[in-house]
Design a protein around this ligand. Structure first.
Ligand code: NAD
Length: 498
């Protein structure tokens, strides 16, 4: 049995204690075991990061960037191996895994700009012979806790930028698919990262609690479900840590009567069913403005769902793989039953879907509900599976009102040819990331990613310019070098330029 190690102080460490199985979701087989770290293992990793901090902090940003440039190259050279590991443990298709890796590499490219990003701000002569500048200094040891659905990309949102800023890092990836995350961390070391700057520790709640409680961890970046995000935000901030906790989502796509239907349907299919709906930016609600567009949409979407190519993620040319675990399959099928019981119209039922030769895989076919109302659990909850709900409304105002009233505010989009409608939507919708005729408006690496309402706890969004702010603290320095011949009198009034 493949035992998946921790990676501490630049070395693989096989721990002892409680363990957890890693599955191949396409076959239902156990393909690995991870040891769930205890607090002593976490302490070992945190102290390794702490020991590495003084030298790394003082390494010139341009030298740090050189390591990142080599890291980017190694990620590209090892794409095939990384993508296969993602697909094997997560179940997403090879093409989807490659897209995730590419978006992760984009964040490494952004972090390569460290010398520019950390330049600070300078003013000469803010007073007589007085200069002032603001410096962006690293925090120390920073921790990241990441979800299963992007085992490569989400960690790459965090540690390349944190490390570029001069911090050292302890990452706790998802216990469900950690192997690609570990391979990527090893590549960072091959690129020349000094020992202890990045540490990867596998684990569950016990490991997370050890990170929250340890006083040497100065900041926590979390991405995962909302209840855990809330918990980590509350417990971390209570201990004086800086916390950024990104949570769950329920993303609505609005279809206006004038939408270009064929393009909108293609966009919707990818955004609702890609990655088996296991994306925090997946579209799970189609809000149709008027019955005419709703009926036209249904007519095109039903056959498109029935034609989805579903199979083991590691095969090429598929649209959708399995769900990640048997627990996820059970949870999503439970929601389908609840939707039916609540009176929504089940147009396509993905339950009982089997792939020949992979009968024990965690597969579910694409599912579509029509006439969904806002009191149903299939509307309210994040299902995180290939289930799309159609809600029919009469106007753009009504569509926006229901989106604004939803507890989540991660992503949304509108399909229309009407510039005025699109502008009103962008201005007034209470959601952090908005697409106009773009179904998955995941910001590029040089903008920042984050939802509103219960989709994000904290003040700053992830990666990009907000990421630089999150992983640094400002120091404002005011410096005077008086000319020797001038001796000033004592001043008792508050200093100003008047
Ligand atoms: P999850 O919340 O179950 O797990 C996320 C991390 O938290 C994992 O590392 C896990 O080990 C840890 N964890 C789990 N239970 C814990 C507990 N009781 N205490 C402390 N830590 C715990 O999420 P998941 O199922 O891995 O990922 C899917 C969720 O992540 C969805 O809700 C999705 O919307 C969300 N997500 C959000 C974003 C975003 O940017 N907003 C991005 C990706 C995923």
């Amino acid at each position: 049995m493949n035992t998946i190690p921790h990676f501490i102080n630049g070395e693989r460490v096989v721990g002892e204690g409680r363990s957890s199985s890693v599955y191949n979701p396409s076959t239902g087989e156990v393909i690995g075991q991870i040891v769930l770290a205890d607090s002593a293992t976490l302490k070992h990793a945190i102290l390794a990061a702490k020991a590495a901090f003084p030298a790394w902090r003082n390494t010139p940003p341009a030298k740090r960037a050189q390591v990142l440039f080599r890291f980017k190259q190694l990620l590209e050279e090892n794409e095939k191996a990384i993508v296969e590991l993602i697909s094997q443990e997560h179940g997403k298709t090879i093409e989807d895994a490659a897209g995730e890796l590419r978006r992760g590499i984009e964040n490494v490219e952004y972090a390569c700009g460290a010398p520019e990003l950390l330049k600070g701000e300078y003013n000469r002569n803010v007073g007589p012979n007085i200069d002032a500048w603001s410096d962006f200094q690293p925090l120390g040891v920073v921790a990241g806790i990441t979800p299963f659905n992007f085992p490569a990309m989400v960690p790459l949102w965090m540690y390349p930028l944190a490390i570029a800023c001069g911090n050292t890092f302890v990452l706790k990836p998802s216990e469900r698919d950690p192997s690609s995350t570990l391979l990527i961390a090893e590549l960072f070391y091959q690129a020349g990262l000094p020992k202890g700057v990045l540490n990867v520790v596998n684990g569950d709640k016990e490991a997370v609690d050890a990170l929250i409680e340890h006083p040497d961890v100065k900041a926590l970046s979390f991405v995962g479900s909302t209840p855990i995000a809330e918990y980590i935000y509350a417990e971390g901030t209570k201990r004086g840590k800086r916390v950024q906790a990104l949570g769950g989502a329920k993303n609505h796509a609005v279809f206006m009567p004038d939408a270009d239907l064929d393009s909108a349907v293609s966009a919707l299919m990818g955004a609702a069913y890609g990655s088996c709906g296991e994306r925090c930016m997946a579209i799970s609600v189609a809000v149709c403005v008027g019955d005419e567009i709703a009926d036209a949409l249904v007519e095109k979407v039903v056959p498109a769902i029935q034609a989805l190519k579903i199979g083991p993620g590691t095969s090429c040319g598929l649209d959708m793989g399995p769900l990640v675990t048997s627990g996820a399959l059970e949870r999503v099928t439970g929601y389908i039953a609840a939707g039916e019981a609540a009176g929504a119209k089940l147009l396509v039922d993905g339950r009982g879907f089997k792939v020949a030769g992979h009968e024990n895989g965690f597969f579910l076919g694409g599912t579509l509900f029509d006439n969904v109302s806002t009191d149903m659990t299939i509307y309210k909850d994040e299902i995180f599976g290939p289930v799309l709900c159609i809600v029919r409304v009469k106007s753009l105002e009504e569509a926006m009102q229901l989106i604004n009233e939803h507890e989540y505010g991660n992503g949304t989009c509108i399909f229309t040819r009407d510039g005025e409608a699109a502008r009103i939507f962008c201005d007034e919708i209470e959601v952090g990331m908005v697409g106009v005729n773009v179904p998955l408006p995941v910001p590029v690496a040089y903008h920042s990613f984050g939802g509103w309402k219960r989709s994000l706890f904290g003040d700053l969004h992830a990666y990009g310019p907000d990421g630089v702010r999150f992983y640094t603290r400002r120091k404002a320095i005011t410096q005077r070098w008086p000319k020797r011949e001038i001796t000033e009198k004592a001043q008792f009034a508050f200093p100003s330029n008047v």
